[in-house]
Design a protein around this ligand. Structure first.
Ligand code: AHR
Length: 307
């Protein structure tokens, strides 16, 4: 049948193609949509057979998907762990089945680093620091208290934990910066709007919003406008990601600063997967290169922005 044969016993196709099982977090944000597209397109370009699942931001769904990839005896598993904790058992199951695992985008807190081959993605602590550094510069020489509200990403996720701590580390040097409210918006626009509405009701004076992603920032902008305030002017806004909608709001002055987090992990992931399957040694950590954007820089970058 067309040159493809079944590998006796395993039930796997022996067409020479690598099969990758990818357990995605969900479709919670513009970033995630771009990330999924990057992975699917890169798999096709690399001739890798991709089995893809969307966990709808639920760890139990991701664990189920990984177990099904193990049962299907894929050549390699890649996934973006929705939260940091609770992966040891399923990772051990993959290891026992001799199926290598690559972490993309988000880290796990497993002590045993032999449970995965590499981790490819951003330095989220650094992203939080960059957000804090912009704020410190923006308010340089001023002495009045700066009331900050924070929209955190998904509770327990690496980007929420790290973006919070990186930011806090930088601003703590100056007591005028006060985080007066900090709550999760689960990385979605709808939750960002809802939580910002509550922040606005409870706090008459908000100077700055720090949102862990563009989507929550964009949702919050709707709440700020509805409250009769001008986003970017009455309330300064810093976000993370730099997806098209975020960059558009930045170019219009509704957001003041965006720290980039690149979702385009697909090509690097496929390269690494091929090397792992070929038995080559790869680095334990592969960092994504990223920048930051001011409104002027967003205007210049937007015409060529792919996502
Ligand atoms: O893990 C990366 C984060 O997940 C992105 O910053 C956010 O938009 C996404 O949902």
């Amino acid at each position: 049948c067309g040159g493809e044969s079944e590998d006796a016993g395993s039930g796997k196709k022996d067409d020479g193609k690598i099969t990758m099982g990818f357990a995605q977090v969900g479709a919670e944000s513009g970033w995630r949509t771009a990330n999924t597209k990057s992975i699917q397109e890169a798999a096709t370009a690399a001739g890798i057979d991709l089995k893809f699942s969307d966990a709808q931001q639920k760890q139990e769904n991701q664990i189920k998907a990984i177990r099904s990839y193990i049962a299907q005896k894929v050549d390699i598993i890649a996934f973006s762990p929705v939260v940091e904790s609770g992966w040891d058992t399923v990772l051990k199951e993959a290891k026992d089945a001799k199926i290598p695992v690559i972490l993309t985008d988000r880290a796990v807190d497993s002590k045993d680093t032999s449970l995965y081959k590499t981790f490819i993605g951003s330095d989220f602590v650094l992203e939080g620091k960059k957000a804090g550094e912009w704020l410190v510069k923006e308010y340089q020489g001023k002495t009045d208290t700066v009331n900050i509200v924070e929209l955190q990403g998904t509770t327990g996720s690496a980007p929420a934990n790290d973006r919070k701590s990186g930011f806090a580390d930088v601003i703590k040097a100056d007591p005028k910066f006060k985080v007066i409210a900090s709550q999760t918006g689960d990385f979605t626009r709808a939750k960002g709007k809802e939580v910002m509405e509550a922040f606005l009701k409870a706090n008459p004076k908000i100077d700055v919003l720090y949102a862990h992603n563009d989507d929550m920032g964009l949702g919050a902008i709707e709440a700020i406008v509805a409250a009769g305030k001008k986003p970017g002017v009455d309330i300064k806004i810093i976000t993370v990601d730099a997806v098209k909608d975020g960059m558009t709001a930045l170019s219009e002055g509704k957001i003041n600063y965006i720290v980039e987090c690149s979702p385009l992990l697909g090509p690097q992931l496929m390269d690494l997967a091929k090397k792992v399957v070929a038995g080559e040694t790869i680095p334990q950590r592969v960092l994504t290169e990223e920048t930051t954007f001011t409104p002027e820089q967003a205007k210049a970058a937007l015409p060529n922005r792919k996502y």
